[in-house]
Design a protein around this ligand. Structure first.
Ligand SMILES: *Cc1c(COP(=O)(O)O)cnc(C)c1O
Length: 388
């Protein structure tokens, strides 16, 4: 098989989804998993999610249209995000999608267009609150404020509720997704607690949406059971009835671990004490934001010779496209294969068309191997361009 390519292990994907499904069954069976498209938007994967009764979670017009292209009915789409596009926002509400509003502009737009709806439009509100003060050091913006949703502390959330209360639009849900550094149980305790507080302002609450940013099967991380136990304890303590539906929007927890990325050694050079190992892969495919991550990997080699230091690097002309730093390990030689593990989240959806095109993707089902994306060629690259 021509390298580089991504490999999706369907058994691992299955077991991640089953783990989350059974935790939900046990702790809050009135629930629905909705997959975050942006985490990995490989069309084959999106269709697999649909076939496995997972809803679509999208945050833009193109993602909304992609969900429809895959065959999702509009009522199986959760529509979030700060830029939905007005046309699509209207279409989503008319089509009974689960729509979580993010700004007063969206509220005003809907109030101005309320005559367009044949049935009572139903929406959720995304909340914004000071999570950092409850979980110090755990949030991504840290001392800065989060930027999504209606802020609770400055009164915006209550203002949004009141604006809609005496209107022809009904609030039926609260959305509380927060990306955090830690993905801890404490974070989900804090988010669920805040949602329950906000819920007291809503007359006809039908759902609570906790968003994503869970760990999946990472060793040592909280299990799906622990997350759901924490969440359901808070819901019960706050007397949220079981008729309220719980939505989760996992991305990475489902798809990070089932993917790996395989590339080949193509050349070597020794400069001072370092042996540079060149591959046909790149950091751009496994950590497109070039963040320093320690990658889990495996490799084949035919050599029995130990080398003091080997730095494995990519095909780009970026100096720091270096992804493994190996001390006192068996020598890598041309033709050896290197496999980087856990490459399913924020890789395929974020990889650029920089120097090389998108690589192939294969799905492994037991002993069966199937190509689900051909590598891009110049033909795909120039599509939609006017050259002359
Ligand atoms: C990104 C995102 C998710 C998924 O996040 P993961 O960390 O991949 O689980 C879910 N919901 C919303 C609103 C998001 O923006």
């Amino acid at each position: 098989m021509k390298t580089p390519y991504y490999l999706l292990d369907i058994q691992k994907l299955d077991s991640n989804l089953n783990g989350l499904t059974s935790a939900l069954e046990k702790y809050w069976s009135n629930s629905q998993i909705s997959y975050s498209f942006k985490t990995n938007n490989l069309p084959w994967l999106l269709n697999w999610m649909k076939k496995n009764n997972v809803f679509a979670e999208v945050v833009s017009t193109p993602e909304y249209e992609l969900a429809e292209y895959i065959g999702y009915s509009t009522s199986q789409i959760i529509f979030n995000g700060p830029y939905k596009g007005n046309e699509t926002l209207l279409r989503a509400i008319k089509g009974n999608s689960i729509v979580n509003l993010d700004s007063f502009e969206e509220i005003e737009f809907l109030l101005n267009n309320v005559n367009q709806f044949r049935h009572l439009p139903r929406v959720g509100l995304r909340i914004n609150f000071d999570l950092e003060s409850k979980c110090p050091g755990e949030t991504i913006p840290a001392e800065e404020s989060g930027r999504f949703g209606f802020n609770v502390e400055n009164g915006d959330f209550e203002k949004a509720v009141n604006k809609l209360k005496n209107s022809k639009i009904q609030i039926v849900g609260i959305h509380g997704h927060h990306s955090t550094r830690t993905k801890s149980l404490g974070v989900f305790h804090a988010i669920t607690t805040q949602i329950c507080e906000c819920a007291s302002l809503i007359d006809a609450l039908e759902y609570i949406d906790l968003g994503g940013c869970f760990f999946g099967d990472k060793p040592g991380a909280p299990s799906f059971e622990k997350y759901l136990e924490t969440i359901s304890n808070v819901l019960h303590k706050n007397n949220i009835p079981s008729s309220v539906k719980l939505y989760l929007e996992p991305g990475a927890a489902l798809v990070a671990s089932p993917f790996s990325y395989i590339c080949s050694v193509i050349a070597k050079k020794k400069i001072k004490d370092t042996t540079f190992v060149y591959t046909d892969g790149s950091m751009k495919h496994i950590a497109p934001q070039m963040s320093q991550i320690k990658f889990s990997y495996s490799r084949t080699t035919r050599s029995e010779h130990i080398v003091p230091r080997q730095v494995v690097s990519g095909y780009t002309c970026i100096e720091m496209d270096r992804f493994l730093d190996l001390d006192n390990q068996l020598e890598l030689v041309s033709g050896d294969l290197i496999t980087i593990q856990n490459t399913g989240a924020y890789t395929i959806s974020l990889a650029p068309l920089f120097i090389e095109y998108f690589p192939a993707v294969y799905v492994k089902d037991g002993d069966l191997l199937k190509q689900v994306r051909k590598p891009w060629t110049t033909e795909q690259f120039v599509q939609n361009n006017i050259i002359d």
